[in-house]
Design a protein around this ligand. Structure first.
Ligand SMILES: Cc1cc2nc3c(=O)[nH]c(=O)nc-3n(C[C@H](O)[C@H](O)[C@H](O)COP(=O)(O)O)c2cc1C
Length: 249
């Protein structure tokens, strides 16, 4: 098993995998890490759909265009889940408030599912496995994926995690310096942030032009804002409404 330091600091997204399977023993550790995730209220407002069926992975690939889903050994879809507590409350005649119709309900479910994904990611990385989060599993086709995986109402996909034996080791991506990420005793003034942001943008541009493997002319700012532009056409609010989150209009 890797050290905690190496697990956290040498991690990078892995998008190409060997054919070797992730073993049941490895998955057992990942499951236990998921189970021990801290959650809001200890409500455990999440569920994970584990997918290793090749035909199903192929269908998910067709819906998301994310090849890692098809080529990884195990694909885990982390979902916010208020279905389990709802049926447990129903069985005990406990009246369930419309918490899923509040923004905090959505935040609680999303945070819990995200933390569970990070537990799985760290556990898998500590075993020397490769991982890649797949946000397109939420955004690309929310209604079709919910139907394909029989998600009940009050459950929505937050993010996927592809896990496999690494077949690549790309360069580590440069991240924002500590001074940009960690604000000491209050948020840093814009005047201090601006030069750091310019430096970071230049660092990423240089990295993209010089990294091993496929190179690009992308800078950081335009590339990220381009993703936001793409995301403006997503229909997450409607999809969440279909899953009994947020009040109807
Ligand atoms: C919530 C989330 C969603 C992501 N979705 C995708 C995705 O759909 N496809 C993909 O190839 N990478 C995806 N990534 C991986 C990011 O692109 C990657 O973490 C980022 O570029 C930083 O690179 P690194 O992980 O190698 O440090 C996602 C990461 C996160 C945290």
């Amino acid at each position: 098993m890797k050290t905690v330091e190496s697990t956290l600091l040498d991690r990078r997204s892995i998008r190409r995998y060997e054919y070797d399977p992730v073993t049941d023993e490895q998955m057992h550790f990942i499951h236990e890490a998921i189970r021990n995730t801290p959650t809001s209220y200890n409500g455990q407002q999440f569920s994970v759909i584990e997918i290793d069926n090749p035909a199903l992975k192929e269908q998910l690939y067709a819906l998301t265009n994310q090849k890692q889903i098809k080529t990884c050994s195990r694909f885990l879809l982390f979902c916010a889940d208020f279905h389990k507590i709802s049926i447990a409350a129903e069985d005990k005649n406990v009246s369930m408030p419309a918490f899923t119709h509040t923004l905090d309900g959505i935040i609680v479910g999303t945070v819990d599912a995200s933390l569970a994904m990070m537990s799985a990611l760290v556990a898998a990385e500590s075993l020397g496995l490769g991982t890649c989060c797949i946000g397109y599993a939420r955004t690309a086709a929310p209604d079709a994926i919910a139907e394909l995986l029989h998600l009940p109402p009050k459950v929505y996909a937050v993010c996927g995690l592809a896990i496999g034996v690494p077949r690549e080791m790309p360069d580590l991506k440069p991240k924002q310096p500590t001074e940009l990420m960690i604000h000491h005793n209050g948020y840093t003034a814009d005047d201090a942030l601006r030069p750091l942001l310019t430096d970071y943008d230049n660092t990423v541009t240089y990295y993209n032009a010089h990294r091993a493997g496929t190179k690009s002319t992308n800078d950081w700012v335009s590339h990220i804002v381009g993703y936001y532009d793409e995301a403006m056409s997503y229909t997450m609010l409607e999809a969440l409404r279909h899953r009994d989150f947020m009040p109807d209009r």
